[in-house]
Design a protein around this ligand. Structure first.
Ligand code: OKP
Ligand code: ZN
Length: 339
């Protein structure tokens, strides 16, 4: 399987996040990629650089003002006399206005962000753009006839919405890949999100659309991040009614229950009659993951890969979460190799 990846990911580093009431170094760190790259090397899967896509390509799923904000945020922060990592501290929750975008960088950051765990540093934009371009390239390669491709994206993307960032995500790589497949002639595209966390951004982007099915298996938002989306009664709206499907599972879920949900999710995708598939591939369902609470072992990831491959669809796999424990390399490559 061809692997698309950019070393520019490493420019996004030095992040901090507010985690359970404390400011700590980001769990989302460059070392994650080092673990995955060394496992790819052991499996003799070479990586290739992404193609260059114009900024215009991002606007198929994102708001132009939001993209401008991400691109210029750090420079604005510096002009305002600040340095270090950018984190927001105020958000337009219920009762506050959302029809005005503050001109100052702190207010603007709170307007576009939905958590205080997603830092912007000097090199963030370069990494974010390269990550998005990796997903777009993987989609293009599949549209050109390759059966499957893996975009080794960092930062991840599935929490980023049309005009929101959060959950370590800035641009929605999987949504960009799905839209690219649509634009290149696949009539019905399914997105299967197996990251531990609900892909709220991807769901939002396609919620009113019937041409992209969104199916997600994740820790229940009742107790798990992102808390405010991902329940089973979210089924899509308007033309998109019936084209979103969520499988929220309790913290502590192991392989036996996970496998049943995955089989049902795959049945939904089969019934939909998808022409192509995008997989939001998070491996934070692993029992050793530092911020998640499913109990999958490394031996289960090849089974996930084989089950998804059973759909026999042109497939773009996009890296999402999975935090810095060495096994994430083995787990990612386990999915890809079995696929
Ligand atoms: C991203 B992906 C801040 C709140 C919790 C966010 C987790 C984001 C996971 N400490 N952290 O879905 O793996
Ligand atoms: Zn996750």
């Amino acid at each position: 399987m061809r692997v698309i990846h950019s070393p520019l990911h490493a420019r996004h580093d030095g992040g901090i996040e507010l985690h359970r009431g404390e400011l700590v170094p980001s769990f989302e760190m460059p070392a994650r990629i080092a673990y995955i790259l060394s496992a790819l090397e052991r499996a003799r899967m070479p990586v290739e650089a992404p193609r260059d896509f114009p900024l215009q390509a991002l606007l198929s799923v994102h708001d132009a003002g939001f993209v401008d904000f991400l691109r210029n945020a750090y420079a604005q922060w510096r002009v305002a006399g600040m340095s270090g990592s950018m984190l927001p501290s105020g958000f337009p929750a219920r009762g506050l206005r959302r029809d005005r975008i503050p001109a100052g960088i702190n207010g603007m950051m709170g307007y576009y962000a939905f958590d205080a765990g997603t830092p912007i540093v000097e090199g963030t934009w370069d990494a974010v753009l390269a990550s998005a371009q990796s997903a777009l390239t993987a989609a293009a390669v599949v549209a050109e006839g390759e059966r499957s491709t893996f975009a080794l994206c960092r930062p991840p993307g599935h929490h980023a919405g049309h005009s929101t960032y959060g959950g370590y995500c800035y641009l929605n790589n999987a949504a960009l890949a799905a839209q690219e497949l649509r634009d290149r002639g696949f009539a019905r595209v399914a997105v299967l999100d197996v990251d531990y966390h609900h892909g709220n951004g991807t769901q939002e982007i396609f919620y009113a659309r019937e041409d992209v099915l969104f199916v997600s298996i994740h820790g229940t938002p009742d107790t798990e991040y992102p808390y405010f989306l991902g329940y089973g009664d979210e089924r899509g709206i308007d033309a998109g009614e019936g084209f979103t499907r969520n499988f929220p599972l309790p913290a502590g879920t192991g392989w036996d229950d996970y496998r049943v949900a995955l089989a049902e999710a795959l049945e939904d995708i089969g019934r939909y009659g998808a022409d192509a598939l995008v997989v939001s591939l998070g491996v934070d369902t692993f029992e050793g993951d530092p911020i998640s609470a499913f109990k999958l072992g490394s031996r289960h990831f090849p089974q996930i890969g084989a089950m998804i491959a059973g759909l026999r669809l042109p497939t773009v796999l996009v890296q999402e979460g999975g935090y810095a424990v060495e096994e994430i390399g083995e787990n990612v490559v386990g999915v890809l190799a079995a696929f």
